[in-house]
Design a binder for this molecule. Structure first.
Ligand code: SIN
Length: 585
């Protein structure tokens, strides 16, 4: 397989650096991969879009799930993960996660991360939705991600990892044989490495995080614009399960028109006993699921949405007044501060909450060693689809997934170290017309309205049509828009449109309700037709191949061989959906 030949419109690289591996992104996955590659003697460069600690990891509250407690076993963790994933987890990937997870957490502690412990020094564990036991290690009360990020950033700064901050990666470079040869990137820097340049390396690790900014309201930071998935698609890689966007049930509700990153209210607050109540104070999750407020996340989000619809409300409430001031201050200081900043005091009143986009369960399709379908291109963390999450990620499995699969990637790169081939221009490179960044709020509104928690054929068809209109207007500079120049905001907005279109195409195709994909016109799961994955590839003519496959597995892609799709031995249906494809205007 070769790439699509489609590239973001950008100036030619004006500088270049060489490395053995370039890691794109600096969350738990990216920095873990970088530290381990460096320890293996690989010349490693981390490029990251803002500062090293600006990604999603820093915002993770609840913690990191692993079978660390007395009586807990990887097998029990596996069972809970499979149930949450609603029939679409890859069991091999989950088994890898839960068995390698506890030691990966211990290595993270050895790197310097400090988890909350009791007086005897034993790690304290909490519960979150879908977990049948206390299994979530946390730090700083509700500041787990910030602590993990601090420890990893410190280790990177003290070590031999070269870092390039304020660097947006644009496209993958490949050699004449279609193998990875590095990336192009734009750096807002000074001096030698400023503007568009290249890092030449035979291995590229995408760890760019998620795409929450494709929706109006999200828990994700501003940098989560789907850049890794869009790059991978342009590079010819497959993406999978993109329709499964997890909406976190309890995000502080700041009004219907709230835009961008919203304050998360960790599921651990419910894990410690908070109740969800409606405007009349009724606990509406009781009776809906044996775990009530601690049911898997999709079930709680749906329960909230249903109650909101029944009552014509735009939010519900989370009541944890019974914790008292001391517990709020010691256990959930971050959430307490965020609530108070916005005028709510959880010590004395129930706080308003509503679901918002939180996590992409799908992403760039990878195998158990983090390899994508493009030789030399790896992915880990939220940008990847390892098969662990299926149709709905189990709470606090994502930091663990970032750790475990990043380590596996580093080991694979170290075992197959190669030399970068010379990057070649594609025979007919086609520059993707860029979108005026002024179109971003409209795109986000379209996605929130048509492809949010509750979807239907009509809402998704409307979303697809509106995205086409956004594309037409914003590329051509119609009406309120200007023709866009290359720049960080227009590249990001173009990436957002790309991932929005793929997400909508997959969500239209999946005519059932499963996990976090909720179709009101197909309210049941349909195992006979849809216990399958939707795998998407971008074609050189900008149409999309959307293919249903029975398995997450695909044949190995090594530096010596290239993958073919569809794969031998896989019962798959090849269908081409041209309708939603990103096309020339
Ligand atoms: C939370 O703390 O509720 C978020 C944890 C997660 O998304 O896994």
């Amino acid at each position: 397989m070769t790439g699509t030949g489609i590239r973001l419109q950008a100036p030619a690289p004006g500088w270049a650096i060489d490395a053995d591996v370039v890691v794109v992104g600096s969350g738990v996955a990216g920095l873990t991969a970088a530290l381990r590659c460096t320890a293996a003697g690989l010349r490693t460069v981390v490029v990251t879009k803002a500062r090293l600690d600006d990604g999603s990891t820093r915002w993770a509250q609840g913690g990191i799930a692993a079978a660390l407690g007395d009586g807990d076993t990887p097998g029990q963790h596996l069972d809970d993960t499979l149930v949450a994933g609603a029939g679409l987890c890859d069991e091999d990937a989950v088994r890898t996660l839960v068995t390698e997870g506890p030691d990966a957490v211990r290595r993270l502690i050895a790197t310097g991360a400090r988890f909350d412990t009791d007086a005897q020094g034993t790690i304290e564990l909490t519960r979150e939705g879908g977990h049948h036991r206390r299994r979530i290690a946390h730090a700083g009360g509700d500041a787990t991600g910030a602590e993990i990020s601090r420890a990893l950033v410190e280790a990177v700064r003290e070590g031999a990892v070269r870092t390039v901050e304020n660097a947006l990666v644009l496209d993958l470079l490949t050699d004449a044989a279609g193998r990875t040869a590095g990336v192009t990137l734009h750096v807002m820097g000074e001096g030698q490495h400023d503007g568009v340049g290249a890092v030449h390396a035979p291995a590229v690790v995408l760890a760019t995080g998620g795409m929450g900014q494709v929706f109006s309201a999200t828990t994700n930071p501003a940098v989560s614009t789907g850049d890794g998935v869009a790059l991978a698609l342009r590079a010819g890689a497959e993406v999978s399960d993109l329709e499964f966007v997890q909406f976190h049930p309890t995000v502080l509700f700041l009004g219907r028109d709230a835009q961008g990153q919203q304050p998360l209210v960790s599921e651990a607050v419910r894990g410690e006993g908070a109740h969800l109540v409606d405007g009349e104070g009724v606990r509406f999750m009781v009776g809906q699921h044996e775990l009530a407020e601690l049911a898997p996340r999709d079930i709680v989000a749906k329960g909230i949405m249903r109650r909101m619809r029944e009552q014509g409300a735009d939010h519900m409430f989370l009541d944890a007044r019974h914790f008292g001031a001391d517990m709020w201050e010691s256990r959930f200081p971050t959430i307490l501060a965020a609530c108070r900043t916005h005028g709510y005091d959880p010590v004395t009143e129930p706080i308003p909450v509503a679901p918002a986009a939180h996590y992409a369960s799908g992403g760039v399709r990878t195998d158990l060693r983090g390899r994508t379908t493009v030789p030399g291109l790896y992915a880990c963390g939220e940008v990847a689809c390892t098969g662990v999450h299926g149709a709905n990620r189990l709470a606090s499995n994502s930091l663990l997934e970032g750790l475990v699969f990043a380590e596996r990637i580093a080991d694979d790169i170290a075992a197959h170290r190669g030399r970068a081939g010379s990057p070649v221009p594609h025979p007919a490179p086609r520059a993707l017309p860029l979108l005026d960044p002024a179109a971003r709020p409209r795109l986000q509104h379209v996605m929130a309205t048509g492809a949010g928690v509750l979807r239907s054929a009509t809402s998704l068809a409307d979303a697809a049509e509106q995205l086409d209109a956004v594309h037409r207007d914003a590329v051509a500079g119609n009406g309120e828009y200007k023709a866009a120049e290359p720049g960080v905001e227009s590249w990001e907005t173009t990436n957002l449109l790309c991932v929005a279109r793929v997400l909508v195409a997959a969500a239209r195709r999946r005519e059932e309700t499963r996990g976090c994909h909720w179709r009101e016109d197909h309210p049941e799961s349909d195992d006979s037709a849809w216990r399958r994955h939707l795998v998407v590839r971008l074609n050189p003519d900008r149409t999309l191949d959307v293919r249903a496959t029975d398995t997450h597995h695909f044949p190995p892609t090594t530096t010596e061989t290239t993958a073919e799709a569809p794969t031998a031995g896989e019962t798959s249906v090849l269908e081409t959906a041209a309708v939603d494809a990103p096309r020339e205007p």
